[in-house]
Design a protein around this ligand. Sequence first.
Ligand code: CMX
Length: 442
Amino acid sequence: MDMLKQRFKDKALALFQKNREMLKAHGDMVIGETKVSQLFGGMRGMKSMIWETSQLDAFEGIRFRGYSIPQLRQALPKAEGCNEPLPEGLFWLMLTGDLPTQEEVKWVTEEWKKRSEVPEHTFKMLESLPVDTHPMTQYSLAIVSMQTESIFARRYAEGLPKSEYWDAYYEDSMNLIASLPRLAAYIYRRTYHNGEHIAPDPSLDWGANFAHMLGISESPDFKSLMRLYLTIHADHEGGNASAHTTHLVGSTLSDPYYSLASGMNALAGPLHGLATQEVIKWILELTENIGTDEPTEEQLAEYITETLKSGKVIPGYGHAVLRKPDPRYMAQRRFAEEYIKDNKIVNIVWKLFSVVPPILEKWKSGKVKNPWPNVDAHSGSLLMHYGIKEFSYYTVMFGVSRAMGVLAAGTWSRALGMPIERPKSMTSEAISQLIANATVEE
Ligand code: CMX
């Protein structure tokens, strides 16, 4: 058994036992109530699932196994000459709860290299699609097409016992994550660079190799950005749409390929991961409409108000849980301040930070609960700076990172023996009836 799998097994068996005892003793304890407004309001704040890999606080932002993003930047192993964390280390941390050593991270890098092959039929399937197919459609289809390789599906058909589901899920997750940079880079090159592909470089780590295969910049700074980017987008606890979708589909014992593709379809929505493309699209339209790439705060304010009046959202702003600027935004801003001097799009992104919140705070009589930027408000400007100007591609990059979190969490779900998800739905009429009954009782 490989060393990461062994470490996971020890931790998972211990937690499985502990949870069984906890459930026996405290299974009836009530930990929350459900309000009518939550049923009609996208289930905000409803506690409904177990998610081990990260936890989101409305004011502090995301913590991965207790570590904030600035803490991770200090604590996770790094590639030589780079100050940003290696995403492989975050995967280890999410899976085991322990910070990895440099050697352990090196092991993950090498293991993912061995597992990084993409089946030939996946490339053929991609080639059968029109070249202007949205990159997220290509990405989702490509992941499903690799389902032919699922160890979980094969072993399940052979009679895999429930106690070993996690083992097969782990194998598929490792294989899938390992192959995603190659797959995602292939989609980029076929869509935007005449199918001129760049071979992987076996000397590089997972994130740097992705940067290399995109074929846009060999600058060490771009490789550093990719390591940071792939680390911070990985997980945002379990309730966000891509994580929850992967979790729900996985609970049916659909294998990791089906589950991840489903999660990626959720990520492709403009209120979720597609917002990263929408931000840059909106900023480029803004510069064109205003007629300058150095707009004043007044010009920005006017444009923002026009966007809102036309019934659209300001992409990259607001959040279902967060009530402060997103630490993932702040991490990217810190990177830009350190590495990028005077980029016009980055400057607009920074100006929007002061102009958007006061407008959103007043919009619809204060209905917008969080006027601050989320992760997607900054990411595109960094990618543009290094030469990835095709914004329709950005969500694929988000999806490469998100795979690490949702598949680590999925492995935990199988190890903890989680059942098929089946919450209760209600009709509006049933709720009206409940309200009527409660009013009569009063
Ligand atoms: N621009 C304009 N209106 C906004 C807004 C924004 N950025 N953010 C919220 N609102 C509006 C909502 O549309 C809602 O209006 P209606 O009741 O008329 O429909 C009202 O404010 C209340 O919404 P909320 O409770 O503050 O926010 P939600 O939890 O419902 O939605 C989110 C959260 C992210 C979908 C929303 O803020 C939004 O649409 N933001 C823009 C899209 C975006 O950046 N998404 C990326 C999020 C991060 C990610 O998942 O990657």
